[in-house]
Write a protein that binds this ligand. Structure first.
Ligand code: PRT
Ligand code: ZN
Length: 285
């Protein structure tokens, strides 16, 4: 039977979360993670463990059918793969930074200056779009030290907390893009592979929905059931079960993580008691 090949980062910031996501989709792996490729025992998928920089090209050429990689790397390496799904981890931004003493007012101040980066394509597109002529120095690692050793006036790099910039005496002046891990696919998957991808996506969506949702149980006086049910949007409508205590019921529903505290406050104000909130493992609607 046909298998789908998914490329994920071998060792780095995205490795653990990529593997965990596949595991949450119920995929079990046969051999150890030390090797270059890993077979799944219960799903038609093979995992290729690669450097993240190589993943977009492998997917574009069809050596891998799918890949999990940062959007920043996809943009830099290829424009010929399909972005299938944002995965919500590996979040960062790609920014321009200059030395603390650099008098920066606008992008125009970078005209004629030297900028160090590992992402020449994204940077040059951005400069072109903004009509700035600057010299790009391509450096593969430790870009943030370039200004202090006199190699460049500015840098363009990935930032997450900003502490690396701070430690190197730099200040962030422009955000070029926001990035997170994304599932990409080859543009010419055959029908068999498309149907395996659809199965994988179905599972991914169930996992993602569950992460954003909580299961909630609460005790409510019977005369408040309809008022409280309105506060809880739920999947369809809440489940209501009588309690042994006369005049009280137990109400079960789901709530969105985002509205969590707001909903809890409203429920309490409306007379709910004994509120229990639990994680949901998978959610299929
Ligand atoms: O070996 P391989 O080539 O596979 O890995 P890599 O070293 O190229 O990549 P890796 O593992 O560092 O990052 C993989 C992906 O994680 C990146 O492509 C981004 O999409 C995403 N990501 C999220 C980050 C960061 N956050 C991040 N903070 N990638 C890099 N950084 C670095 C950044 O380059 C800078 O040096 O962390 C430093 C800044 O961090 P703060 O928190 O100090 O701002
Ligand atoms: Zn890399």
């Amino acid at each position: 039977m046909e298998k789908i090949k998914i490329a994920i980062q071998k060792k780095g910031r995205l490795s653990e979360k990529s593997l965990a996501l596949l595991a949450e989709c119920g995929i079990r792996f046969e051999n150890g993670i030390g090797s270059l490729s890993v077979q799944a025992s219960n799903f038609p998928i093979e995992i290729l463990l690669l450097r993240d920089d190589d993943i977009p090209e492998y997917v574009q050429s069809g050596v891998a059918d799918l890949g999990i990689v940062g959007q920043n790397v996809v943009l830099e390496k290829t424009d010929n793969v399909k972005e299938i799904k944002l995965l919500g981890f590996g979040k960062c931004r790609f920014s321009l930074a200059v030395g603390k003493k650099f008098q920066y007012n606008s992008l125009k101040d970078l005209e004629g200056k030297q900028i160090a980066t590992s992402y020449p394509k994204i940077l040059s597109n951005y400069l072109k779009l903004n009509d700035i002529d600057a010299k790009i120095h391509i450096i593969s690692g430790s870009v943030e030290i370039a200004p202090s050793i006199g190699l460049a006036d500015a840098i363009c790099d990935i930032v997450s907390t900003g502490s690396t910039l701070l430690m190197n005496g730099l200040k962030e002046v422009e955000t070029i893009l926001h990035s997170q891990a994304v599932l990409i696919a080859n543009k010419n998957l055959n029908e068999d592979k498309k149907s395996i991808l659809a199965k994988l996506l179905f599972r991914l969506e169930a996992v993602q929905k569950a992460k954003n949702t909580k299961y909630i149980l609460l005790n409510v006086p019977n005369n408040k059931i309809s008022e409280i049910s309105k506060i809880l949007p739920g999947m369809k409508s809440p489940t209501i079960m009588p309690l042994q205590n006369e005049g009280w019921s137990s109400l079960h529903s789901v709530i969105e993580e985002n509205d969590f505290w707001e909903v809890i406050e409203k429920l309490q104000a409306a007379g709910a008691q004994g509120i229990l909130v639990m994680p949901i493992e998978k959610m299929i609607i």
